[in-house]
Design a protein around this ligand. Structure first.
Ligand SMILES: *Cc1c(COP(=O)(O)O)cnc(C)c1O
Length: 485
């Protein structure tokens, strides 16, 4: 399975295409007559000189070592690593979208603006928010934009609120975004049921608190049943409620953050609405706000006006209270197109069905696995759940090695050691796109590993052995990365 770097295939003069001779009359003039010496290379670049077959084989072999959603289940937490229909990729790849330029005159791209406007309206309807900006490029970026909106809101009222409350089960981006936006982060412990502790919340909410950030269901997969009470406590103290929308696929079509009295939220279009992710982007994290926060949205705001019979879409920059610009142009257009296409393909009924399947799949896995591993929170869970590998840890096998052994069986591992409130956490989100057959295979593999831990622990201890890269010394691998493999 070993595959050298493409540069190692290089042989001087070997090439993939034959280019015609340059036929410019002044082709012998020195390059320096066109480009300043300062900018000219002193040495030839070391590009691989390879043939077409070298390139095709190299990348085909590399792709075979890869694991992705086109290969199998990818049960990482809240990340909603679901299979994304290829039709959405095809649509985003159409020439009429792909060859647009963001500097084109608005009048020439009315169709595209209509799509973006439509997406904005769908997201507002799905979430129960009043207005949506499509600009942020990720969930974390949406959080940051949302928190700047909250900050601006209080500044405009002359209120000095410096703190943001974040539950201990929150995703790491929540406290990071709050800190980036200049707030002090206050952590609130979950209660024994894995939910926000109402009594503790009452104690820490005061006139310094700008917002509470929450995802619902939370990162334990548990629905915060007291959400209306939580909203009331925060609102009564003059604070706002921020909704982390990473778990939208657990409630879409059934419940809306807007109706739960959240004031600001972000979506993760690349999680819930069909964009393959995990390789670092591009993503999209639209932000939804309630009416009173509209003036602070980033510029430009996409607006619509009627001129006689005609509807015209345009970018509105005249927003004196806006937090300003947060992204070049208008956001990650191709991701927005895929989300629009996904929503239109599924329709309202389809979105509800995907929620049902996400919840059904997670609960199926939970029921099948809860006797083999510990289930620290017994509450009903929605689209994801957390197991603990404590029993196995006592037998000498940490959650890390269970995850690694799954790789030997050709499956991807759940998130481990998150959320931090669970020891030896293994957090599983199968998503709505996995079939009963795939789920059963995952259960069977987890049970085999559990048995191995009792009978042949060295197999699990030394895993993985069957992957292109075998078990690594993780510290050494991070300090001295060997990229040859
Ligand atoms: C993924 C995730 C985020 C961050 O979103 P990115 O798009 O990765 O920046 C925030 N909160 C939760 C719960 C998430 O799962």
């Amino acid at each position: 399975m070993s595959e050298p770097l493409i540069i190692e295939y290089s042989s001087p003069g070997r090439k993939t295409g034959l280019l015609p001779e340059i036929d410019l009359p002044d082709k012998d003039r020195a390059l320096s007559e066109y480009i300043s010496e300062d900018y000219l290379r002193k040495e030839e670049p070391r590009f691989p000189e390879v043939s077409e077959v070298d390139v095709v084989r190299h990348y085909t072999l590399l792709s075979q070592k890869n694991y992705g959603l086109d290969t199998g289940i990818y049960p990482l937490e809240s990340g909603t690593m679901k299979y994304n229909p290829k039709i959405n990729e095809d649509i985003a790849n159409l020439d009429r979208f792909k060859f647009l330029h963001p500097y084109q005159d608005e009048k020439l791209v009315q169709g595209s603006l209509e799509i973006l406007y439509g997406l904005k309206e769908y997201l507002a309807e799905i979430s129960g928010m009043d207005e949506v900006t499509l600009q942020p490029a990720s969930g974390a970026h949406g959080e940051f934009a949302g928190l700047l909106i909250i900050k601006k809101h209080f500044e405009s009222r002359g209120e000095k609120r410096t703190k943001v409350i974040v539950p201990d089960s929150a995703h790491g981006t929540n406290p990071a975004s709050a800190a980036m936006a200049g707030f002090q982060v206050i952590e609130i412990e979950s209660n024994l049921k894995g939910m926000v502790d109402i009594e503790k919340l009452k104690e820490i909410v005061n006139e310094d608190v700008a917002a509470l950030m929450l995802t619902n269901p939370n990162t334990l997969g548990i629905f915060e049943k007291d959400i209306m009470k939580i909203a009331e406590i925060v609102h009564q103290a003059g604070g706002l409620l921020y909704y982390d929308g990473a778990n939208m696929n657990a409630i879409m079509g059934y419940a809306r953050p807007g109706d739960m009295n959240f004031d600001v939220m972000h979506f993760n279009l690349h999680k819930t609405f069909s964009t393959p992710h995990g390789g670092g982007g591009p993503g999209s994290g639209p932000v939804g706000v309630k009416e009173f926060l509209k003036p602070y949205l980033p510029v430009p705001v996409l607006s619509r006006r009627k001129i006689g019979e005609m509807t015209e879409y345009c970018w509105d920059y005249d927003r004196p209270d806006s937090i300003g610009k947060i992204h070049t142009f208008y956001g990650n257009y191709a991701v927005l197109l895929k989300a629009y296409s996904y929503i239109r393909c599924l329709g309202a009924g389809g979105l509800k069905a995907s929620t049902e399947n996400a919840v059904l799949n997670a609960n199926y896995l939970k029921e099948k696995l809860k006797d083999e591993f510990l289930l620290p929170y017994q509450e009903d869970s929605l689209h994801e759940f957390v197991l603990s590998g404590l029993k196995q840890k006592e037998m000498g096998i940490p959650a890390l090695q269970i995850a690694k052994r799954l790789l030997d069986y050709g499956q991807y591992a759940p998130t481990i050691y998150f959320p931090l409130v669970v020891k030896e956490a293994m957090m599983v989100e199968p998503t709505e796109t996995e079939s009963l057959r795939t789920l059963d295979k995952f259960v069977e593999t987890m049970k085999i590993i559990s048995r191995e831990i009792k009978e042949k622990p060295e197999l699990v201890k030394n895993a993985p052995q069957l992957t292109p890269v075998k078990k690594l010394d993780e510290v050494k691998a991070a300090r001295e990365p060997d990229l040859r493999w």
